[in-house]
Every structure is written in C-alpha cells, then in structure tokens.
Ligand binder design. Sequence first.
Ligand code: HXC
Length: 258
Amino acid sequence: MAFDNLITEKRDGIGVITLNRPKVLNALNSALMRELGEALTAFEGDDDVAVMVITGSEKAFAAGADISEMQSKGFADVYKEDFITSEWEQILRCRKPVIAAVSGYALGGGCELAMMCDFILAADSAKFGQPEIKIGAIPGSGGTQRLTRFVGKSKAMEMCLTGRMMDADEAERSGLVSRVVPADQLLDEAMKTAGQIAGLSRMAVSMCKESVNRSYETTLSEGVLFERRVFHSVFATEDQKEGMAAFVEKRAPQWRNR
Ligand code: HXC
C-alpha cells in the first residue's frame, strides 16, 4: 500500500501504520485520515494481519487536527462533510486489536485518535492533552467523552477547560495508558505486545475485545450477561478445544482460528 501521509508495513502478523507528516507534527488533515481509514480497512481484511499498531514520530504521535485546514471552514461545511469524525471511526469498526504507540505529543485529535485504539502504550516522552479550548474550539472526536471515562471527570474537565497537558507518568497513574516505556524502546515494546496477541486464537482475541468494549456501552449487569454469553460461545470454537487440550497435554496450541 502506498500513501502520501502514512507509512505502512506488515511484519509477523502485525500491520504497522506510521503517521507521516513530520513537518507539521503529524497534524491530522482529511487526506491523512482518509488514508488511515483505507490502511485500517486493508489490514482488517488481510488474513496475514492479526493485530495493528498505529504510531507517529519520536516528537509527535499527532499534534491534533490540522488547524490550517480547519480554520476557514464554516458550520455548513463541517456539518455536510461530517468533518472529520466519520473517517476516524473506522478504527472503532476494527475487530482486530489496534494498539496506539505514542511518543511525544498526542494533542486534540491526536489524543482522541489514540483513545479510539484498544490501548495506548506510551513512551516516557509522551504528552497528552485536549488544547482545543485555546483556539476557541472544543474536542470533536470523543475527547470530552472518552477522556472523562479514562481519567475521571475532575481531571478531564481541568484538561479540557485549560488545555493543560498530561505527561506519561500522570497518564499511566490516571489510567489513560496501559504502560510507559523508555522512548527508544516504544516500537519494540509495541511490536512485542502485538506479537503476543498475534500468537493467540484470533477468535478468542476478537471475542475478548468485543466484551471489554461492551463495558463502555452498557450497565454492569448487562455487560456481565454479555460476557457470559460470549464465554459460552467460546465453547463452540475449535480453538477452545485445542487451547485446553494443549494445556492438559503440556504442548503448544495449534490455533485454527475457527
Ligand atoms: C497544523 C500544526 C499543528 C496542528 C503543529 N503544527 N500542530 N499545524 N495543525 N494541529 C505545525 C506548526 O504550525 C509548525 O509549522 C510545525 O507544526 C511545528 O510546530 P511548532 O509549534 O513550531 O512546534 P513546537 O514549538 O515544538 O510546539 C509543539 C506544539 C504546538 C505544542 C504541539 O505545535 C501546538 O500547540 N500545536 C497545536 C496543538 C493543538 O492545538 N491541537 C489541537 C488542534 S484542534 P511551521 O510551518 O510553523 O513550521 C483538534 C480538534 C480535533 O485537534 C477535532 C476532531 C474532529
């Protein structure tokens, strides 16, 4: 796949997407987001890919939506084109896991993009924020909603109202990121984690992802019921038989992804 604003690579069952507009700190313009949607769709449909990783540069995962592209738009423009959200939501449609590997700035739409992924691995240099308020706007791709669920109302409100950035340690303490690693090891760690997931049953991984995501959309009792139904469904898969047989027989499982 050849893109103008991304670099894509396929390695050992992992599809890596690197945001690549270095001169503007990976500002997310429509072209980049269209390409990101295409790359995710291609990897999602590619049997050689089990897990996806989205990353940026050392200095910036993404410093937000492209302000120069947005500045002259009017309400009718953004409303009619459903700016810019519809393309971003391709991430949410992926059934394969998508990991954000964040180094440097993840601001505005960049923070929102990372939060749409299944989990965030952060370099110790990472900085997260929703600074839209400083340019007379507000987050537009779930920032006020997802950040609040991840870090709680008080911290999310302060960040959205002041534009204050959160460093990697605070992000880990607050539950925004799963883990912080040294910046020079970020991609290796992301690949290692993605590789662990890629070595598991794809059926089980996809069902597990669906169940964790359900916790954000429903009540506890409905979520637990959903989980139990999916857990019961697991017993209809060949991989459950294989996984448990392999454990009992003390051998490595041979997943059939069925
Ligand atoms: C367009 C951007 C940009 C952005 C940086 N650049 N962020 N261009 N859109 N979001 C450009 C700068 O204009 C500059 O271009 C170059 O990238 C390097 O940036 P500098 O500011 O010179 O770097 P630095 O001093 O290191 O400061 C880094 C920074 C700052 C703190 C990240 O760039 C910054 O505050 N950026 C804007 C962050 C922001 O407000 N994001 C939210 C956007 S709104 P030149 O040509 O001068 O070299 C948003 C809404 C989402 O995301 C809604 C979803 C639909």
